[in-house]
Every structure is written in C-alpha cells, then in structure tokens.
Design a protein around this ligand. Structure first.
Ligand SMILES: *Cc1c(COP(=O)(O)O)cnc(C)c1O
Length: 412
C-alpha cells in the first residue's frame, strides 16, 4: 500500500455522507452508481440549507443587504471553480445547468460558424450529450461529422485519429473520461495535435466524468472549452460549468437572451453585456452554484493522488473478482481507466442483474449508459456498470461480487 493510500481514511469520508447510512429492505446501501451521480457530503447539504435559511435573495440587483450577500457568495463560488480548474480568469467560468447545456452552448454557437465541408470530430465513446448535439450542429451547418474509432479494449485509435485530422478540422469534442468504459483519454496530447494541424480549430472536453477523479488544469490541457456537471462532483443537480478561453468566449454567439445578459435595450434592439453574464440569461441557480463551491471546497481537501489510488485499489480488486464469476466479461479494458467496471454475464440480461442486485441493496446502472452507438460498436445490447467513488470500500466490492454470485445462480 502506498503512503498516500494509508492517509486516505475511507471511514471518516463515509461519515460525511449521511445517505450512506441508509438501509434498503434491511440491507445496507451499497452505492455503486457514481458515474450517474455522486452522493453529497453534509458540507454541501449544509451550504444549501444555509443559503435558503440565511440569505436567499436574487443576485446582481443590489437593492438591499440580502441581495448583496447572495451576490457575494454566488460570485465567490465562481472564483472557487476558477481556482479549482486553474482558469486564468474568473470570467471564463460560465454557470450552466450541467454538462449537457454546456455542450449545447458551444455546439449551437459553433453551428452558426461552421460551413459546408468543415469537419467536426467526435469519438466512438461519446455520451449522447456530446454526439447528438454535434450531429445536429453538423446538420444545421452542412459540416461533416467524423467519428474517431476505438479498439476492442476501449482505447482511442490514435492512428485513426491522426488520419481523420485535417486542415478542414474545425472542432474536436471528446470526453476526458468515458462514462460507459472508464477510459481516460490523452486530452492534452490530442489537443496539441489538433492545434498543430488546424490552428483555427477549437477543442471541447466533456469533463463530466473527468473532474471528480483527479486534478484538472484547463490551462495545462490547452483546450478551448471544458464542461462539467456539479452533481457528479459531489455537488447539487441543476448546476454545471462551461469553462472557455476568454478570447473565444468574448464574442461567442449568445445562447439564451433575457435579463442579466444585456447591456442596453430599446424597443428595436439590444446589446450584450460582458463575460460571464452575456452567456447567463435569467435568474441563475444561485443555491446550486454555492452548493457546488461547497462540494469543491470539500473535495479539494483530499489528496488527489490518494483519491486516484483508492479508486484504483477498488478497481483492481473488482477485476480480480470478475475473473471468478462464470461467464462474466468486462467491457472496457483501456490501459488508462478510472474505477468503472462495465460488464456482461453470459446468459443474463443486464437489467436482470441490476434488478437482482437492487434486491440486495446494491445500486448499479444497467443499459446503454446514454451511448447507444458505443454499445453497438462493442456488440453488446448494454452492460451492467458498477462505478466507484471515494467513499466506496473494499468490503463493498466484495458485497457486489457476493451479490453477483447470488444473482448468477438465480439466473442460471
Ligand atoms: C453524465 C455525462 C454527461 C451529461 O451530463 P448531465 O449532467 O446529464 O448534463 C455527458 N457526458 C458524460 C461523459 C457524462 O458522464
């Protein structure tokens, strides 16, 4: 065991997540659906309650003390995010409702700029949010969608990537980490290659899974956009972040129009305000932003090497135990992956596996994981997926496999 792992105290982390004390039909909850959403520490729950009990008010309207306080906490939260992802300026952090909205802001804006014969690249491992949205942008603009293939293990095919990349490439949009397979993509290297071949091209990283599993430094990655959701980072639902490079965001086509985002308005016309407000129309999710900042403050106390080490230990144990389940096949064995175990068991439908585990208090996800074309590519109808987070234990990994043995016997 590494030193980092020794200092990582899972028991004390678990105590900070009240929901983990729950039982379901007398079984302790074993929550292994973290790639869908993570649970929330008490610090986040407290931040939400504190906002609504102490300073609920609208922001930026400066009419009274409560509003000033709400505005201060809300803008402080933006600064917390900027620091967490190492943005070079606070205005580069745009609040969204989540990853999906962030991708839409970029793709809808891009659709206005793309021309016929321009090329947009995505990968075979996209979540629908980053596939369908770019399909639509290409349909609207006449641009061509190029899909970078993966190998059987779930690694991006880097040779194919280089072949598909051309001076006509205008956009690369890909996940930092695959939600279905756990693959960690070499986003910094791919971004550099795009910029070398097509200097005008922009790069968007779908960080929905990447952001909760280690350090993210947007300046170091070198991409133009990095988007993520609060709820997969121990924060509330309904809040997310679009980070964009300032020069790119400054004249990005506006998304929603309305209050907060304007500079001047007449009956005939309107002018837009400055970043970040120009991309944030209407009353924002104030409590959500404050809750997300609380989640980041909480998460940032942890040693990121220890976080990664802990998740790898869980994954390695799961991979060992997987070899002992008759007919079990792990889907997604990339060289570099996070703690996601997608699998199929011969003769058992993933939905039935999920149901039988659920009867034992074990929560996993089954189905296509919002990646239907990826399931088709890997010749599976769907998978069962256990996804690990910082509060999961080796005992829970054992419980999963005990549960799987039980389920297998019932399905045989
Ligand atoms: C969850 C997820 C999304 C979508 O996030 P929302 O919070 O539903 O908007 C997009 N991409 C990946 C890789 C995801 O895991």
């Amino acid at each position: 065991m590494s030193d980092a792992l020794k200092t990582f105290d899972v028991a004390s982390i678990r105590q900070q997540f009240p929901i983990l004390a729950r039982t379901l039909d007398g079984n302790p909850l074993v929550y292994l659906d973290n790639a869908a959403t993570t649970q929330k520490p008490q610090a986040v729950i407290d931040a939400l309650v504190d906002f609504y009990t102490q300073c609920n008010s609208n922001v930026h309207r400066g009419a009274h003390q409560l509003s000033d306080e709400a505005t201060r906490r809300y803008e402080q939260s933006r600064a917390t995010v900027a620091k967490f992802i190492h943005a070079s300026a606070v205005e580069e952090v745009i609040w969204t409702s989540g990853t999906t909205e962030g991708i839409n802001i970029v793709a809808k804006g891009m659709a206005q700029r793309l021309q016929a014969c321009d090329e947009v690249m995505v990968t075979q491992m996209e979540h629908h949010a980053n596939l369908v949205t770019w399909q639509q942008a290409c349909k609207m603009s006449g641009a061509i969608l190029k899909v970078v293939p993966i190998d059987e293990q779930g690694n991006l095919d880097l040779a194919a990537f280089e072949q598909l990349l051309s001076s006509r490439t205008r956009m690369l949009a890909l996940p930092h980490v695959s939600n279905a397979l756990g693959t960690i993509n070499p986003i910094k290297m791919l971004t550099a290659k795009v910029k070398a071949v097509a200097p005008q091209a922009l790069v968007l990283i779908d960080g929905a899974q990447g952001v909760a599993h280690g350090r993210v430094d947007v300046q170091d990655i070198g991409a133009d956009f990095y988007v993520f959701s609060g709820h997969k980072l121990f924060g509330p639902t309904g809040i997310g972040v679009l980070w964009g490079r300032r020069q790119v965001l400054e004249d990005w086509p506006v998304w929603l129009t309305g209050g907060e985002m304007i500079a001047t308005v007449t009956y005939e016309d309107a002018t837009w305000g400055k970043l970040p407000n120009r991309l944030e129309a209407g009353t924002p999710n104030i409590a959500g932003a404050i809750g997300l900042a609380a989640a980041i403050d909480w998460f940032s106390q942890l040693d990121m090497d220890a976080v990664a080490g802990h998740e790898q230990a869980l994954l390695q144990r799961a991979l060992e135990l997987a070899q002992q389940v008759p007919g079990m096949r792990v889907v997604g064995n990339a060289e570099n992956k996070i703690g996601i175990l997608s699998f199929v068991i011969e003769g058992a439908h993933p939905a039935d596996i999920g149901f039988l585990l659920d009867r034992q208090g074990i929560a996993i996800r089954t189905g296509d994981h919002c990646a239907q074309p990826l399931m088709a590519r890997l010749h599976v109808p769907g998978t069962a997926r256990a996804s690990f987070s910082i509060y999961n234990t080796l005992d829970e990994v054992e419980a999963l496999f005990k549960g799987l043995h039980k389920a297998s016997m019932m399905l045989a």
